[in-house]
Write a protein that binds this ligand. Structure first.
Ligand SMILES: Nc1ncnc2c1ncn2[C@@H]1O[C@H](COP(=O)(O)OP(=O)(O)O)[C@@H](O)[C@H]1O
Ligand SMILES: [Mg+2]
Length: 550
């Protein structure tokens, strides 16, 4: 507050002097006293005003300081912000830029001020610059614009710009504020995402296996082309349907219905069935994996149709069983063959030892007794020598028969038809068997292998007649048929059931006939029924230019 000045004291003293002078002075003095009083209160008011003014002044200085601090802080923020900030006038001329913009454009901040911003845009975006400036003037909100900047050096840089108008006191547009955010990384990520999505969808649509995705309610979300082919159902019809319609009970079986499930690693499920739109069932193999997407559970099922594999496995199992059976049969046959071989040797050995050698010994004893006995006349020797002769002749016959049984030499000497005729003649001598031979259209020469094969087949068939057919008539027919030679041994005996199974195989006859014929690429058919006689048909192809039997 201001101190009272020296001037104030002088006025008072003059007033005291005027006071005692005259009545006029009294009036004057009264007036003057009023004036002084008035002046005093005015001074008081002035003093209060000054005080208030000074207080306001101090507050103003503080506010100013604060505003300055804020402005500095904002300036720093503006300049050092990681995103680009830019202010242009309404026509797009740069007024202010921050360091981030300078870095994006590779131009110093000082060089940017005063330049039209449009020159720093990639050419393709320049035309739209003025459209955006016009639009931002008419809007109160911010505009978003994906554009590309053309830095002074280097490649074009994609940015996302946010534009907002700066308005004056009366709401007029005084400038445009730009926020520029570098979108290179985002664009790269978007491109990578698009690429990986394209790759994934390529994989899904070209996969050989069916791929099905279902949501938590087991509704189909994705059904790839392989699934369309496998289930014979278009994706458009499949999407939205329940998975049960394609793989009944699948999720229930895999425990997903109860809310369990696999997260991460897939789970393989075997032995499940799929259902085609036609209603056909097929075996499948599936692997299942769960993904959680934004809190939603998603199941992806990869399905493989294993019909072909199941069929192939079945065939392998069947062939293995057939192989096992054949092996068993082969073992049994080998056993029989060995036994037959040993039996035959024993029979020949027995016949040679018990019969031929005994009888030879008897002849030797007879001749010795004749030699040792008293000398006799030729006439008296005639009878005993005749007996020895008969014995020796009989022996020769028997040895011949024995040798013939081992290998029919007659076949080499006479040929197949005559050898068979001879065999039949011998057979017909047996009681209860009547046998005859017929032949027609026979080739003059038959290869040795073929002749031996058919001879052995006839021999075995005829042996069966004598052993199993009972009293019977036998007819053997040999005929040229269809480029080959056919043998038929027909009897009117007991017959049997060739298809009868269950009883263990007793002999090797029929099997050896079959094997012999098969070895020369021929065929053998045995027709018989109990009480209806037996027909054995063998046919052998005759090769051209064979090694012939004369
Ligand atoms: N001509 C036939 N008449 C009646 N039964 C026959 C005749 N041929 C074969 N069989 C029957 O077929 C069976 C098998 O014959 P085969 O294989 O030659 O063996 P094996 O003669 O050693 O018994 C004989 O045991 C017999 O029951
Ligand atoms: Mg037999």
């Amino acid at each position: 507050m201001r101190e009272p000045s020296a001037g104030d004291g002088a006025v008072e003293r003059r007033a005291e002097r005027v006071e005692g002078a005259s009545p006029a002075w009294d009036a004057l003095r009264a007036t003057m006293e009023d004036g002084v009083e008035e002046q005093g209160s005015a001074l008081e008011e002035l003093r209060a005003e000054v005080e208030a003014l000074e207080a306001q002044n101090r507050a103003l200085v503080r506010t100013h300081q604060r505003t300055d601090a804020w402005a500095r802080r904002y300036q720093e923020l503006f300049e050092l912000a990681p995103d680009g900030y830019l202010v242009t006038d309404p026509r797009g001329v740069i007024r202010e830029v921050n360091l981030a913009v300078s870095a994006l454009l590779d131009v110093p901040v000082t060089n940017l001020a005063g330049k039209p911003f449009v020159v720093y845009l990639a050419k393709a975006h320049r035309a739209r610059f003025y459209t955006f400036l016009a639009r931002v003037r008419d809007t109160s909100a911010a505009l978003i614009w994906d554009l590309e900047l053309q830095p002074r050096r280097g490649a074009i840089c994609p940015v996302t710009a946010t534009l907002a108008p700066a308005r004056g006191a009366r709401g007029e547009v005084v400038g445009v504020r730009w926020l520029l955010r570098d979108a290179t990384a985002r664009k790269r990520m978007e491109a990578a995402l698009r690429e990986s999505e394209a790759r994934l969808s390529g994989i899904i649509s070209s996969a050989m296996d069916a791929i099905i995705s279902v949501d938590a309610a087991e509704r189909v979300l994705l059904f790839n082309p392989a699934a369309e082919r496998m289930f014979r159902c278009a994706a458009a019809d499949a999407v939205g349907q329940s998975l049960d319609r394609f793989i009944p009970g699948f999720l229930a079986e895999s425990g997903l219905a109860e809310g369990h499930g696999v997260v991460g690693g897939p789970m393989r499920l075997l032995g499940t069935w799929g259902l085609r739109a036609s209603g056909d069932r097929f075996p499948l193999e599936a692997s299942l994996s769960r993904t959680d997407l934004d809190g939603e559970k998603l199941w992806t099922i990869i399905v493989r149709d294993v019909t072909e594999r199941a069929r192939a496995e079945l065939m392998v199992r069947q062939s293995r069983r057939a192989l096992e059976t054949s092996r068993g049969e082969l073992r049994a046959l080998t056993g029989l063959l060995l036994t037959a071989y040993e039996d035959e040797r024993r029979r020949v050995s027995q016949e040679l030892h018990d019969d031929v050698s005994q009888r030879l010994a008897a002849v030797a004893v007879e001749l010795e007794s004749l030699q040792r006995g008293p000398s006799r006349s030729a006439r008296s020797l005639s009878a005993p020598l005749g007996k020895v002769h008969d014995q020796v002749a009989q022996l020769a016959d028997d040895v011949h028969r024995l040798a013939y049984a081992l290998h029919p030499r007659m076949l080499d000497d006479l040929g197949l038809a005559l050898a068979l005729e001879t065999y039949l003649r011998d057979l017909a001598k047996r009681p209860g068997v009547s046998a005859r031979m017929r032949q027609r259209a026979l080739r003059s020469s038959i290869p040795r292998d073929h002749a031996l094969c058919l001879y052995r087949v006839a021999q075995e068939a005829l042996r069966n007649v004598t052993r199993h057919a009972g009293a019977a008539r036998v007819t053997v027919t040999l005929a040229g048929v269809g480029g080959g030679i056919a043998l038929c041994v027909k009897d009117t005996g007991n017959g049997f059931d060739p298809a009868a199974k269950g009883e263990p195989r007793r002999g090797l006859g029929l099997v050896s006939m079959e094997e012999r014929v098969r070895l020369i690429d021929g065929r053998l058919v045995v027709r018989s029924r109990p009480g209806g006689g037996t027909h054995v048909h063998a046919w052998a192809p005759l090769p051209s230019g064979p090694e012939d039997v004369p």
